[in-house]
Ligand binder design. Structure first.
Ligand code: 8X3
Length: 264
């Protein structure tokens, strides 16, 4: 990062190459942040940064980071001299098996990314955040961090872990100026979430959203992140649960058209 960039408020977004992470990077860039987009896949990171830089010249840079690796996180964060906002977004779901036949390797990977990844990045970035008057940690959890459903055990266990970290950290940082926000989205139609969870089965991934009139999209969640970050520093939204209107509860999904009384 150049000297110029370090004078600008900076947001680090993990899992920033696609989906909610990429949309959040775009939203925070629009709000005047320099956004450091972190993730494993350089091509995706570059494509996202390039698109953001077209609209907000110079706003985005990329950093290759695997949140499941101590060395990778340390090396990546060593290249950052300023961080005002950390968005721990990297994570995701693998599989929909029942507890009795869940693939423990998948459970392990979900725990590593959603739980330990969040902790690992937070530990390394916290010293930078503490120097910022806008210090904010936004953890992207899920409604799976507060509810459970059949076939969701591995993911719900991991996301409960993510949410519990937010709650614990907020207690531990009490007395400091650092905000800790847990964002819990429900059904969000992104390119990769369900496809990854369902091991690349596009037809099965499409079925997740079938008939749902206006599931959330990544930019809806990004809007929520922009909102919580943009509030005055003394205002901490502890938990922000956001679902599409069609999803009244994690298992209550309306799969038919809704009369919106207005154009889409
Ligand atoms: C994704 C929401 O309902 O698939 O975080 O668990 S759900």
């Amino acid at each position: 990062m150049s000297a110029d960039e370090s004078s600008q408020a900076t947001a680090l977004i993990t899992g920033g190459g696609t989906g909610i992470g990429a949309a959040t990077a775009r939203r925070l860039a629009a709000d005047g942040f320099h956004v450091v987009i972190a993730g494993r896949r350089r091509e995706r990171l570059d494509a996202t940064a390039t698109a953001i830089n077209v609209d907000f010249p110079g706003a985005a840079s990329v950093i290759v980071m695997d949140v499941t690796s101590d060395a990778s996180v340390r090396e990546a964060v060593a290249g950052i001299s300023r961080c005002d906002v950390l968005v721990n977004n990297a994570g995701g779901a693998l599989g929909v098996s029942r507890v009795e036949d869940g693939d423990l390797a998948e459970w392990q990977r979900m725990y590593d990314a959603n739980v330990l990844g969040t902790v690992r990045v937070t530990q390394v970035v916290l010293p930078l955040l503490r120097r910022s008057p806008r210090a904010t940690i936004v953890n992207i959890s899920s409604v799976a961090g507060e509810s459970v459903y059949e076939g969701g055990g591995g993911y719900t266990a991991a996301k409960h872990g993510t949410s519990v970290i937010s709650e614990t950290l907020r207690l531990e940082l009490n007395g400091e100026h650092v905000r800790v926000v847990d964002v819990r989205p429900g059904l969000v139609h992104t390119e990769e979430f369900s496809l990854t969870r369902l091991h690349g089965d596009q037809a099965a991934a499409d079925k997740v959203y079938e008939g749902v009139d206006r599931p959330l999209v990544a930019s809806d969640v990004a809007e929520c992140v922009g909102f919580v970050v943009g509030l005055p520093q003394h205002v901490n939204i502890d938990t922000l649960v956001v679902k599409p209107v069609a999803q009244a509860a994690v298992h209550k999904l309306y799969r038919a058209p809704i009369d919106w009384k207005t154009e889409a």
